[in-house]
Design a protein around this ligand. Structure first.
Ligand SMILES: Nc1nc2c(c(=O)[nH]1)N[C@H]1C(S)=C(S)[C@@H](COP(=O)(O)O)O[C@H]1N2
Ligand SMILES: [Mo]
Length: 222
C-alpha cells in the first residue's frame, strides 16, 4: 500500500506483471489490478482491469441495448435520467472480503430496459460490455429480470464518479461486486451465458453472496 500514492490509485491502478513483485504484499493479496482504498471512498477499493479508462459524461455517453431483442435501442445519459429511478440500500461485498454496508445505489431497473427492447424467444442470458474496452459481465435472463438489478446512475446519493464506473455501471445487489460492471456501455441479449472477465478466470456466473465460489477456490482474486 505504501508504495502507491493517491495519484497512482486513481490514474494508473493497473499492475503489470513485473510490478507485482515490486508491490509485494498488496498484489499478493490482490493480484487483480486493485490498488487500495479510494480517498473518500468510504471503504471502497478501486478496481480496474484496464490500464486507463476514458472519461465520459452527458455529452458523449451512450448505452446500447441489442442482440436478441425486437427493438434495439440507444440511451443517452439524459434519457436514462428521465426514466423512473429505483433506489436501493444494500451491502456491497467484494469476493476478496471487503464490504461496504448500507450503500445506496440508484438507477433504472435493468428489467425496464429489457422490457422496452422486447426480449425475443430463445434468449437466455444478457451480456454486459464496458467502455474500458476490456471488462465484460453476464447474467442469466432470469437474474437480469430481478428487481434488485440496476443500471445505476448514482451511488451514495451522488452521481457515480468515474472511479466507481460512472457515469453508468451495472449494480447487481444480491451478488459479489465483480458482477457490477463499471463503465457500462453495452447490453446484449444472448441465447446463452457468455462468461465474463472474472468468470473466464474461474469465478461463478451465479455469484450469489455467500453461495458461490468467490470465497474459496477461485484461482485469482477479483
Ligand atoms: N469495468 C470494470 N468493472 C468492474 C471491475 C473492473 O475491473 N472493470 N472490477 C469489479 C470488481 S472485482 C469489483 S470489487 C468492483 C469494484 O468497484 P469499485 O471500483 O467501485 O469499488 O467493480 C467490479 N466491476
Ligand atoms: Mo471485486
Amino acid at each position: 500500500m505504501l508504495g502507491l500514492g493517491a495519484a497512482g490509485l486513481v490514474a494508473a491502478p493497473y499492475l503489470q506483471r513485473g510490478m507485482e513483485s515490486a508491490l509485494g504484499a498488496v498484489s499478493d493479496k490482490d493480484p487483480t489490478g486493485v490498488s487500495g482504498l479510494l480517498p473518500n471512498g468510504g471503504g471502497f477499493r478501486y478496481y480496474s482491469v484496464a490500464s486507463s479508462v476514458p472519461h465520459k459524461g452527458a455529452g458523449d455517453y451512450a448505452l446500447t441495448v441489442g442482440g436478441l431483442v425486437e427493438r434495439p435501442g440507444r440511451y443517452s445519459l439524459a434519457e436514462l435520467r428521465d426514466l423512473p429511478q429505483q433506489r436501493m440500500v444494500r451491502d456491497v461485498q467484494c469476493v476478496t472480503g471487503w464490504r461496504v454496508p448500507h450503500t445506496p445505489f440508484e438507477g433504472v431497473r435493468l428489467s425496464r430496459l429489457l422490457d422496452a427492447a422486447g426480449v425475443r424467444p430463445g434468449a437466455g442470458a444478457v451480456r454486459f460490455t464496458c467502455f474500458d474496452g476490456v471488462y465484460s459481465e453476464s447474467l442469466t435472463l432470469k437474474q437480469a429480470m430481478r428487481d434488485d438489478v440496476l443500471v445505476a446512475l448514482r451511488m451514495q446519493d451522488k452521481p457515480l464518479s468515474h472511479a466507481h464506473g460512472g457515469p453508468v455501471r451495472l449494480y447487481v445487489a444480491p451478488m459479489y461486486f465483480y458482477k457490477s460492471a463499471k463503465w457500462l456501455s453495452g447490453i446484449t441479449v444472448t441465447r446463452e451465458v457468455r462468461p465474463g472477465y472474472w468468470e473466464k478466470r474461474g469465478y461463478d456466473v451465479d455469484a450469489w453472496v455467500g453461495r458461490s465460489n468467490g470465497r474459496d477456490d477461485a484461482p485469482t482474486a477479483a
